[in-house]
Design a protein around this ligand. Structure first.
Ligand code: GDP
Length: 317
């Protein structure tokens, strides 16, 4: 959610439809509620609701209770290049309404379009928005509501990184995935590993070593290269097949003795690792460990499928 022209549609198009940031200049502003299912093409089994800026909570045709009841995360986009007082008032109204309906919602605030701000200005804007939003909640006696803040822009990878963090909070198996990644890298001499949703380039988990933005950007670029090359040369002559399948794998050697290694994990997920050249000489070991890792990931999600199915079954009964 967010005011008109804050950047909601642009974020959605850039993250989920590979639109280049410059093309968003020509997007029409959101003027009706749009719902999109991302579940068919992505691991992230969710829907996006794009709300026009000024929704009216008192409009009886808008059943916000129904929407908020099933919501895991509410992302509120604030245009940092504009005067944000009105946005803050809207944020407060939205958060308090949503919280009343569903206190389990994660409130995620994207302080957006920060590409136009200097580093000092970015920090100052974040501090100011953080302070005002929390003061408003405290004045209403709602200091228990937790808001998370992210500085974002569609012109760099910050929007993907922020989305990754939002999605990770919604994955109940996250500690298991992180644990598996930790075991995998420490036994294989790998520096860093990410589990990526290929379509959106959201990373759904990484090992517990710190994430450095440059590493993350390189991994995103690698996915783009692999999928682009595969679209050109990997499909059958009649265009049949998919650019990403069980056979998908790629090795890119950088000129600084680092190797990037990508492998398919599931229909939607890929593992991208950073390996030093000397460790990559033991590729056999890495591949064997990867095989065990892949099997474990499949088991984790099979358990989830069984639980979901049995829950559905109980509901039907
Ligand atoms: P919506 O009404 O909230 O859906 O807003 P739009 O997605 O239509 O975006 C409004 C304008 O903001 C467009 O011209 C976008 O190009 C621009 N915009 C979106 N994100 C960014 C960003 O990160 N940085 C900059 N500088 N402009 C952006």
């Amino acid at each position: 959610m967010g005011l008109r022209r804050s950047g909601k549609s642009s974020i959605q198009k850039v993250v989920f439809h590979k639109m280049s940031p410059n093309e968003t200049l020509f997007l029409e502003s959101t003027n009706k509620i749009c719902r999109e299912d991302v579940s068919n093409s992505s691991f992230v089994n969710f829907q996006i609701w794009d709300f026009p800026g000024q929704i009216d909570f008192f409009d009886p045709t808008f059943d916000y209770e129904m929407i908020f009841r099933g919501t895991g995360a509410l992302i509120f986009v604030i245009d940092s290049q504009d005067d944000y007082m009105e946005a803050l008032a809207r944020l407060h109204l939205t958060v308090t309404r949503a919280y009343k309906v569903n206190p389990d919602i994660n409130f995620e605030i994207f302080i957006h379009k920060v590409d136009g701000l200097s580093d000092d200005h970015k920090i100052e804007t974040q501090r100011d928005i953080h302070q005002r939003a929390n003061d408003d909640l405290a004045d209403a006696g709602l200091e228990k509501i937790h808001l998370s803040f992210y500085l974002t822009s569609i012109y760099d990878h910050s929007i993907f990184e922020a989305f990754s963090k939002v999605v990770q909070k919604l994955i109940p198996q996250l500690p298991t995935l992180e644990n598996l990644l930790n075991i995998f890298i420490s036994n294989s001499g790998i520096e860093k590993a990410f589990l990526f949703d290929v379509v959106s380039k959201i990373y759904i988990a990484t090992d517990s070593t710190p994430v450095d933005m440059q590493t993350y950007e390189l991994c995103c670029d690698m996915i783009d290269v692999v999928i682009d090359i595969s679209c050109i040369y990997g499909l059958k002559e009649d265009g049949a097949g998919t650019p990403y399948d069980k056979e998908s794998t790629a090795i890119i050697k950088l000129n600084n003795t680092t190797v990037l290694y990508l492998k398919e994990v599931t229909k939607f997920l890929a593992l991208v690792c950073f390996v030093r050249e000397e460790s990559f000489e033991r590729k056999g070991l890495i591949d064997y460990n990867f095989h065990c890792f892949r099997k474990a990931i499949h088991e984790v999600f099979e358990v989830r499928m069984k639980v979901v199915k049995s829950r559905k079954h109980q509901c039907q009964m």
